[in-house]
Ligand binder design. Structure first.
Ligand SMILES: C[S@@+](CC[C@H](N)C(=O)[O-])C[C@H]1O[C@@H](n2cnc3c(N)ncnc32)[C@H](O)[C@@H]1O
Length: 266
């Protein structure tokens, strides 16, 4: 079985990616925009449990802080805490919107029941569900909500399939199926209120650019052992296999996106 990506390497890759991340993060933006719609709807539906508005919201794995402006606009009274383990990501934040916190979301330096809502977009696929969800649940107050977008097993399937023509190694993260995510959420003491799944796509003119964009996003660590660069004929086979996915927009990179809204059981 494929080992999870080593945390130190993942953190270093995101730290290095911070300055250029926003230029290639169109899919990440789309996932956040949809998550905000779902979060606002759910928060309003359970408004009576929050009082009026959540007073403290944690963005867990906030990256360059794209979600913060939308969260501030929708929940103007909330104190925002923006957490990431890559310090360079925190330095990219718009000033004054949130309290930055450099920490690991599997070991949150926050008191139990101290936040009203937790937002996490495209970060939890880097974590062990059995460690991350109990920790997020611990910090949520009873009745508080979890708003997440994460990635399912169809993510980068074109790349996974193309590499199968070349070698037996795993070149793509072992993404958890949505059922496993929902089960881990429930096992942590939350109840799922809503979920949604859709494939979002990024496009590149050729395979070199597509791989470069994934690297620019900091998302190229897979947990597999470091490999030698591909030889000429292996690269040609990889390109030919990927070309089978070409359409009018270029080469697609699919992101099998799973949004989930849950509430901590009182
Ligand atoms: C793909 S980026 C998404 C960033 C942002 N949420 C967005 O939607 O643009 C994933 C982020 O999660 C952070 N991350 C991954 N694992 C983490 C962990 N265990 N603790 C804290 N941050 C983590 C990375 O440093 C990175 O900034």
């Amino acid at each position: 079985m494929q080992a999870p990506a080593p945390k130190r390497a993942v953190r270093a890759a995101f730290d290095k990616a911070a300055d250029n991340y926003d230029a290639v993060a169109s899919v990440q933006r789309a996932a956040c925009d949809r998550l905000l719609q779902l979060a606002v709807r759910s928060a309003h539906q359970s408004g009576h449990r929050f009082g009026h508005q959540p007073a403290r919201i944690l963005d867990a794995g906030c990256g360059t802080g794209y979600a913060l402006a939308g969260l501030h606009q929708q929940f103007p009274a909330a104190d925002l805490v923006a957490l990431d383990f890559a310090p360079a990501m925190l330095r990219r934040h718009p000033p004054g919107l949130a309290h930055p916190l450099c920490a690991d979301l599997e070991h949150l330096p926050l008191a139990a029941a101290s936040v009203d809502a937790i937002w996490s977009s495209y970060a939890l696929q880097w974590c062990a569900p059995g460690r991350a969800f109990p920790e997020l649940a611990r910090c949520l107050r009873p009745g508080g909500q979890l708003w997440i977008a994460t990635l399912g097993p169809g993510t980068l399937h074109e790349l996974r399939d193309a590499f199968r023509q070349v070698d037996d190694a795993e070149h793509v993260l072992p993404f958890q199926p949505p059922e496993a995510i929902a089960a881990a959420v429930e096992a942590a003491g939350l109840s799922v209120l809503a979920s949604e799944r859709a494939t979002l796509q990024a496009w590149a003119p050729d395979l070199r650019q597509l791989l470069a964009d994934i690297k620019t996003l900091g998302a190229h660590n897979t947990g597999a052992a470091r490999r030698k660069p591909l030889g000429k004929s292996a690269w040609a086979r990889l390109q030919a296999a990927y070309e089978q996915h070409r359409s009018a927009n270029g080469l697609p990179a699919s992101y099998d996106t799973f949004w989930l809204i849950a509430e901590k059981c009182p």
